[in-house]
Design a protein around this ligand. Structure first.
Ligand code: RB5
Length: 142
């Protein structure tokens, strides 16, 4: 199960991501928001982050206007490794090296075509499991 969340700045791109996941037959839960009416991104960052640390969902996708605020807020939750990506190289590297469990994007930064490629890369790339990366991730949690 994939946890989705956005504020108003990410709402429209989140709708594109949902359509894409529907086409791929991938299950998701949308933790809000539900419109382009102005709201506060930490609400949705925390809902999605908690769904992952509780085990309700395996991975998450968070979108705000820039992706910055929502990723900062998600990374406050212990156990969350939220990576803000605007390119496929970073999306692949953060799965291989950081075992990132949430992808953040900026709805005002990336267009839907690139965003959906970033989503695919993030979801389809496994963690490398290399000892050096396991060690560094453990150091984050110390
Ligand atoms: C909302 O206008 C905007 O500040 C928010 O979506 C995000 O970009 C914050 O980092």
């Amino acid at each position: 199960m994939i946890a989705l969340g956005s504020d108003h700045g990410g709402y429209e791109l989140k709708q594109e991501v949902k359509k894409h996941l529907d086409e791929l037959g991938l299950a998701y839960h949308d933790y809000g928001c539900d419109s382009t009416e102005a709201t506060d991104y930490p609400i949705y960052a925390k809902k999605v982050a908690n769904a992952i640390v509780n085990g309700e969902c395996e991975k998450g996708i968070l979108i705000c206007g820039t992706g910055i605020g929502i990723s900062i807020a998600a990374n406050k939750v212990k156990g969350i490794r939220c990576a803000l990506c605007s390119d496929c190289f970073s999306a692949e590297a953060t799965r291989l090296h950081n075992d990132a469990n949430i992808l953040a994007m900026g709805g005002r930064v990336v267009g839907p075509g690139l965003a959906l490629k970033i989503v695919d890369t993030f979801l389809n790339t496994p963690f490398s499991g290399d000892e050096r990366h396991v060690r560094r991730i453990a150091q984050i949690e110390e």
